[in-house]
Design a protein around this ligand. Structure first.
Ligand SMILES: [Fe+2]
Length: 194
């Protein structure tokens, strides 16, 4: 997903609507050359044109920005491959079981791609009674901290929020195999098969 409108999206939506570059240009008060430039990635429409452009193309601003028409797909009931989204402005965390278009603070949020947990974000998992005690070894200052951990299997999501200056530890139930996710506000989403 892109965070700003792309030429491919403009071209597709324009053609779907049966408009020529000239017709679209006239509708939003620009030159056909400007439209041509956007569509060939030689320029980008000014932010003030986003709303008139979306109206002319018959889609929402969100659809125009994301390049996806808002038909949320939930092709798989297997939530093992579900997605996390985090707003960079407010830290809002969204979990989705399928592909979707998410926006927070006017930003189209991409589904986060998880890296393998690295050496700077080590996790220990110790058995405690019938649960696991999870500790993330990481700074928990206001500027750099682990924001959440989640354990995802094919049928269950366990989610625990951490806070700056708190402890990055929690208990969870591990049933079957799944992915343990951690999210660092600076280094992003990481996962480990457990
Ligand atoms: Fe980090």
């Amino acid at each position: 997903m892109n965070t700003y409108i792309t030429g491919v999206t403009i071209k597709k939506l324009r053609e779907d609507k049966g408009l020529t570059q000239q017709q679209l240009a006239e509708e939003i008060g620009v030159s056909s050359k400007a439209v041509s430039k956007w569509e060939t990635a030689k320029g980008l429409p000014d932010i003030t044109l986003i709303e008139p452009l979306s109206q002319a193309l018959g889609v929402s601003v969100m659809e125009l920005m994301s390049g996806d028409t808002v038909t949320n797909k939930n092709a798989s009931s297997n939530i093992l491959f579900s997605k996390f989204y985090v707003c960079p402005i407010c830290g809002n965390i969204i979990h989705s079981t399928g592909e979707t278009v998410i926006s927070c603070h006017g930003i189209a949020l991409p589904p986060l791609e998880a890296e393998e947990i690295d050496d700077e974000h080590t996790v220990t998992i110790e058995p405690v009674e019938d649960e696991k005690f999870i500790t993330v070894h990481h700074d928990m200052s206001k500027k750099h901290y682990i924001s959440f951990v989640a354990y995802v299997t094919t049928d269950k999501v366990q989610f625990v929020k951490f806070y700056p200056e708190g402890n990055a530890e929690t208990r969870m139930q591990f049933r079957g195999r799944g992915y343990l996710y951690i999210y660092c506000n600076r280094h992003g989403l990481m996962k480990k098969r457990v």
